[in-house]
Design a protein around this ligand. Structure first.
Ligand code: HEC
Ligand code: HEC
Length: 202
């Protein structure tokens, strides 16, 4: 190579750092066209992903890669909404391990914001008691702290309702102890729990 060519080659190598960074930004833009700005969703069927813990986000993206969770077809909510519908399995398929780590670190560091949604105070009170008995062990401090399990307090009710529906069918894999905790819940118990999580608003 002639010195000039070497110089150009070296320069392009030096520039590849910021280019790799731009790729993560592109991914984030794609995520936020559904999950909302900063990972805070304004659509009740799309979960807020900001402020969940990094391990949960990472594990979730990996389970979508192996179809370990149901993948619901979804339209883009922001940006170019004429793009064809896609789903989380397709989104996750295109991610490398580095992408998954970067996305999980990014969203776990973003502030969570509770959804502004209606709830019934009486049902919420019953749900609070049920939560203490059955769910607090993993969804700590009333479901506000993502640690052993994801944050539930302030998550969108329609999304949570759908997520719970897939647990008994085995389509959404959760720890066996959670399976037994939700197994014999009556519809009224589920309504109470969901009203409790909806009632936790900032
Ligand atoms: C076309 C819309 C769309 C795009 C793009 C999208 N998502 Fe999703 N995502 C959803 C929907 C809808 C759900 C909930 C239903 C499901 O599980 O299929 C979801 C679920 C998730 C969950 C599970 C959250 C939980 O509480 O269980 C994570 C994590 C997630 N997405 C991360 C991402 C990341 C990171 C990106 C960008 C790389 C992304 N999503 C791109 C629509 C989208
Ligand atoms: C033994 C620990 C444990 C117990 C007990 C438990 N959970 Fe979970 N839960 C988890 C873990 C871990 C996940 C994440 C699994 C996954 O989605 O991959 C989860 C996921 C969930 C999700 C999906 C949330 C999302 O954002 O995708 C809901 C809803 C949920 N739990 C509700 C409950 C309720 C309601 C109870 C009590 C009746 C309960 N859990 C009891 C550990 C537990």
């Amino acid at each position: 190579m002639r010195p000039f060519t070497i110089a150009i080659f070296t320069l392009s190598l030096a520039l590849s750092g910021p280019v790799a960074g731009a790729d993560v930004d592109e991914l984030l833009a794609q995520c936020e066209d559904c999950h909302g700005s900063g990972g805070i969703s304004s659509d009740s069927d799309v979960p807020t992903i900001a402020g969940q813990n990094a391990t949960f986000i990472e594990k979730t993206l990996r389970s979508y890669q192996v179809w370990g969770r149901p993948c619901i077809k979804s339209s883009f909510r922001h940006g170019d909404t004429s793009r064809p519908k896609t789903d989380m399995c397709q989104v996750a398929e295109g991610l490398t391990s580095e992408d998954i780590k970067a996305l999980s670190a990014h969203y776990s560091a973003q502030p969570f914001q509770t959804a502004n949604q209606p709830f019934d105070p009486d049902l919420a009170a019953r749900g609070a008691a049920l939560h203490q008995q059955r769910c607090e062990q993993c969804h700590e401090q009333g479901g506000t702290v993502p640690d052993r399990g994801p944050r539930l307090a302030g998550q969108w009710t329609p999304y949570l309702r759908k997520a719970l529906k897939f647990v008994p069918t085995g389509e959404h894999l959760v720890p066996p102890a959670m399976e037994s905790a939700v197994d014999d819940l009556a519809q009224g118990d589920i309504d109470a729990l969901l009203n409790y999580y909806a009632s936790q608003q900032q």
